[in-house]
Design a protein around this ligand. Sequence first.
Ligand SMILES: Nc1ncnc2c1ncn2[C@@H]1O[C@H](COP(=O)(O)OP(=O)(O)OP(=O)(O)O)[C@@H](O)[C@H]1O
Ligand SMILES: [Mg+2]
Length: 278
Amino acid sequence: MPTPTDSTAAATSAEPDTTPSENPVIEFVDVEKRFGDNVVLKDLNFSVARGERVTLIGPSGSGKTTILRLVMTLEELTGGYIYIDGEALSHEDRDGRRVEVSKKAQKQLRTRIGMVFQQFNLFPNMTVLENITEAPIHVLGRSKKDAVAKAHSLLEQVGLPDKANAHPTSLSGGQQQRVAIARALAMDPEILLLDEVTSALDPEVVDDVLAILRQVAETTNVTMLIVTHEMAFAKDVSHKVMMFDGGHVVEEGHPDKIFSDPDEERTQKFLSAVLGNN
Ligand SMILES: Nc1ncnc2c1ncn2[C@@H]1O[C@H](COP(=O)(O)OP(=O)(O)OP(=O)(O)O)[C@@H](O)[C@H]1O
Ligand SMILES: [Mg+2]
């Protein structure tokens, strides 16, 4: 099985090189995702370095959410390979054959990845505290005491120290999203996936949620894959912006370049439409 350190296998193999490069924490190699006959992603190759924050932009239906859901193993990969820290996430190349990795290995890798969704997706039948401690206790095997202590500290961090015993339904959208962020951070993820986390929020609370995420970006080394329409936020926090269309990377680069002087007309048109200055 080719691994990041197993360069000989790749060098001597006549098969296409499916070996991840040296250090990326996320690597897509010839990724294909189809829903029935609808090929949403095809031959998609990109990598994200440790601690890198990458924003995906592009029109509706271009495949942004699908990319995050594949990393979170919420969608089945129909072709190619995704590597997390050099380990195959769902499929691996074994002597030229593409085979599924064990569910156990997949589950193990998934514990290192957190995701925050547009619609919060909190467990409605659990309190805020239970939402945040559930996975650390039952997936990571942390003690209840430690998990609860960390949950309180995270609730402090997201500005909700007095909501531990509240139920999600009694919280505003902005508060629910802050709990969802705390829940993701409670797992100490190496990778944080953010899918339009402010799109369902009232405009006046968007900045509060973005401020929390900026702080996470500034104070941790967590690798982030971000889908957002908040271009000012994307510009501030991202090291790299990737513009997608039709499941392909149209162009990628530093946010200063992509947002102010993109090379591709498709990117210019998209940004004009989003920023409303066409
Ligand atoms: N569960 C599904 N079943 C069938 N088709 C799907 C499914 N999920 C996504 N698709 C299709 O995949 C394509 C990409 O969808 P995706 O949600 O990734 O786009 P997106 O870039 O996130 O769009 P948006 O900006 O609207 O959120 C679309 O054509 C969509 O219809
Ligand atoms: Mg989407």
